[in-house]
Unconditional design. Structure first.
Lengths: 259, 309
C-alpha cells in the first residue's frame, strides 16, 4: 500500500499546483452551502418570495402542509440533489487532469517501468480523486446542516437530516465518486484535452438532473426505499465501469492503445 | 556473464510487426548500442526487456529473471530513460526524484541521500526546489537520467539520451554515460547518433525489425571493409607501386595522387615491412595511418543489405 500512498501524495501535490481545479473544487460546495441558506432565510423573511408556489400543497408529497413549509422542503430537496452532484463533478476534474496530465507529460512510461503494480497505480489515482470529493461533500453538508439549524424550521430541518438524505450522502456520494472516477479513466484514455474530458464527464450529471427535476415537479416521490434502490443501481453500474476502467488501465494498453 | 539474454524475441502489435526473432546477449558491465532507423523496433525491444509490453513469441531474461514471469524482480533492478523525459512538470526537482525513490522502496535517510547525490552529481542541487517545467531540455534530460538511477539499478536502458539536446547538453549527457560505464553498470543504449554509439558502446546491434549484425564497431568495420592503411609519399612512381605489389601479404592496392591505400590483414605486423620495402625502393614516406571507415558508412551499408565477412 505504500506505493498507493506515493501516488496519492504525487496527485495531491500536482492538484495543489493547479488553481483551476482548486477553485472549481472549492467554489461549487461553497455555493451549494450558501445558496439554500440564503433561500431559506429569504422565504422566512419575505412573504413575496413564495409568490407562485401557493398551489404546491396540491402535490401528494406536501399534502396537509402549510405552503411556506412545503415550498421550503421543495427547495431543500432540490439543493440536497445539488450536494450529490459534488461527488460526481469534483472527481471528474481531478481524475481527468491527473490522467491526461500524465499523457501530456509522457510520464506514464517511466512510472510503469517502476515496480508499481497497475492496480496500485489505479487505486492511487482513484483515491486521490475520490477522497477530496467525498470529503468535500461531507464537509459541505456538515456546514450546511449546522448553519441550517439557524434558518430552518423544525419541520424543514427534519428533512435536511432525514435518514433518506443521510443515506444518500453517506452511501450514494461515495458510489457516485467511484462512478465518476472510473468514467474519467475511460474518457481520459481516449481524449487528450482536459477540458474535453471534463465536458464529456459533465454529461454524467444529466440523468441525475433529470431525476431531481422530476422529483421537484412531483413526478417522483422521494423516499428512503427509492434511495436504497438507487444506491443498489449505482453500485451495479460502478462494478461495470470499474471493470471497464481496470481493463483499459493495463501497462501495455496504456502504452500502445491510449490515444 | 550475460545479464540480458533473448531468444527469438518477437513482438506484433495486432497485425503490425514490431520486432522479429531477436536473439542476442549483453554481458554484465557492457555498453550495448542498438542502432536502427525509426520504427526498427529499438524502443519495442527496450519495452519488452523492461516488462512494459509482453513479447508475442520468444523469451528474454534480465539478470536471470524471465520476462513475463518475474517482472517485479526485473523492474526492481532496471532503470529506464524513456524517449521523452516524462517528468512531473509542476513539481520540484526534489519532489520528482523523491517520488521515484519511494516507488523503488527506498526509505528515510537512504532516499534523501540518493536524491541529494544525483542532484549534486548532475549539477541540479541549487535548483532542487524549482519546478522542473522551468528547466531547459538538457536539465530535464539530466533529471530523467537521475530518476533512472535513483535506486542504483544494475541494468540501465537509455532510449535516445541525447536526442533533441543542443551540442553542449548532449556532451554533458554523453560524459555522464561514460562515467556510468566506469561504474560497471550494464547499459543498453538506443541511439540514432552513430558517433555517440561509436564512442560509448562496446558492441552494437544494427537492427531493422530483426537483428542484422551484432559486434564491436571495430570488428564491424573490419568485417565490412577489411583493414586498410594509407601511405602518403613525397612522390609516387610505378617502381614504388611495383615494390609494394610484390609483397605477398598485400590484399588490395589503390593509388590516389601520391597516396597508396593498401588492404592488409594485420597492419600491426605488416606495416613495418611495407614501409621498409618502400624506403628500400627509394620512396619517401611522409605519413602512415589506418583508413577508418565511419560507423555511419558501416551502418548504411548494413541497413541497405551489405554483407559482412
Amino acid at each position: 500500500m505504500s506505493r498507493v500512498r506515493v501516488i496519492i501524495d504525487k496527485e495531491w501535490a500536482e492538484v495543489l499546483k493547479n488553481k483551476m481545479i482548486l477553485y472549481t473544487a472549492g467554489l461549487m460546495p461553497a455555493l451549494f452551502v450558501v445558496m439554500p441558506l440564503v433561500m431559506l432565510y429569504m422565504t422566512n423573511k419575505e412573504k413575496g418570495s413564495l409568490r407562485g408556489m401557493e398551489n404546491i400543497t396540491s402535490l401528494p408529497a406536501f399534502a396537509g402542509m402549510d405552503p411556506k413549509s412545503a415550498a421550503q422542503i421543495l427547495l431543500v430537496n432540490q439543493f440536497m440533489f445539488y450536494f450529490l452532484m459534488i461527488p460526481l463533478i469534483v472527481p471528474i476534474f481531478i481524475a481527468s487532469y491527473s490522467i491526461i496530465g500524465e499523457k501530456q507529460q509522457r510520464s506514464l512510461e517511466p512510472l510503469l517501468a517502476t515496480p508499481i503494480r497497475v492496480w496500485e497505480l489505479l487505486l492511487g489515482k482513484v483515491l486521490a480523486a475520490a477522497i477530496p470529493a467525498v470529503a468535500l461533500t461531507w464537509f459541505a453538508f456538515a456546514a450546511y446542516a449546522v448553519l441550517a439549524r439557524f434558518v430552518a424550521t423544525d419541520l424543514v430541518y427534519a428533512v435536511i437530516v432525514s435518514p433518506m438524505w443521510l443515506l444518500a450522502l453517506i452511501v450514494l456520494a461515495p458510489l457516485f465518486t467511484v462512478l465518476a472516477v472510473s468514467l474519467a479513466v475511460i474518457i481520459s484514455s481516449r481524449v487528450n484535452d482536459v477540458r474535453l474530458a471534463e465536458q464529456i464527464g459533465g454529461l454524467l450529471v444529466l440523468p441525475f438532473v433529470a431525476v431531481s427535476i422530476a422529483a421537484t415537479a412531483g413526478k417522483i416521490l422521494l423516499n428512503f426505499q427509492m434511495f436504497v434502490l438507487g444506491a443498489l443501481a449505482v453500485a451495479l453500474l460502478d462494478v461495470a465501469v470499474v471493470y471497464l476502467g481496470a481493463k483499459l488501465f493495463q501497462r501495455e494498453t496504456i502504452l500502445t492503445k491510449w490515444k | 556473464m550475460a545479464i540480458i539474454q533473448t531468444e527469438g524475441l518477437t513482438k506484433y502489435y495486432g497485425p503490425t510487426l514490431g520486432v522479429e526473432d531477436l536473439s542476442f546477449q549483453v554481458e554484465e558491465g557492457e555498453v550495448f548500442g542498438f542502432l536502427g532507423p525509426n520504427g526498427a523496433g529499438k524502443t519495442t525491444t527496450v519495452r519488452m526487456l523492461s516488462c512494459l509490453v509482453a513479447p508475442t513469441r520468444g523469451r528474454a531474461s534480465v539478470n536471470g529473471h524471465e520476462v513475463g514471469v518475474e517482472n517485479q524482480a526485473i523492474r526492481q533492478i532496471i532503470g529506464i530513460l524513456t524517449e521523452s523525459p516524462g517528468l512531473y512538470e509542476k513539481l520540484s526537482a526534489w519532489k520528482n526524484l523523491d517520488i521515484y525513490a519511494r516507488l523503488y522502496g527506498l526509505s528515510g535517510q537512504l532516499r534523501e541521500k540518493q536524491v541529494r547525490r544525483y542532484l549534486e552529481m548532475l549539477g541540479l542541487w541549487e535548483r532542487r526546489n524549482e519546478t522542473v517545467g522551468e528547466f531547459s531540455k538538457g536539465m530535464k534530460q539530466k533529471m530523467a537520467i537521475a530518476r533512472a538511477l535513483i535506486h542504483e539499478p544494475r541494468v540501465l536502458f537509455l532510449d535516445e539520451p541525447t536526442a533533441a539536446l543542443d551540442p553542449e547538453a548532449a556532451r554533458v549527457v554523453r560524459h555522464f554515460i561514460a562515467e556510468l560505464k566506469t561504474e560497471g553498470r550494464t547499459i543498453l543504449l538506443c541511439t540514432h547518433n552513430l558517433d555517440e554509439a561509436d564512442r560509448l558502446c562496446d558492441r552494437i546491434g544494427v537492427m531493422k525489425q530483426h537483428l542484422i549484425q551484432v559486434d564491436t564497431p571495430a570488428n564491424l568495420r573490419q568485417r565490412l571493409y577489411g583493414r586498410k592503411v594509407v601511405l602518403h609519399l613525397k612522390a609516387l612512381t610505378e617502381p614504388l607501386v611495383a615494390a609494394v605489389r610484390s609483397l605477398p601479404f598485400i590484399k588490395s592496392i589503390e593509388r590516389i595522387d601520391n597516396q597508396l591505400v593498401i588492404g592488409l590483414d594485420n597492419p600491426e605486423e605488416q606495416n613495418p615491412i611495407l614501409v621498409r620495402n618502400l624506403v628500400q625502393a627509394g620512396g619517401q614516406v611522409q605519413f602512415v595511418h589506418e583508413l577508418r571507415h565511419s560507423l555511419e558508412e558501416v551502418y548504411f551499408s548494413l541497413i541497405s543489405g551489405g554483407q559482412v565477412a
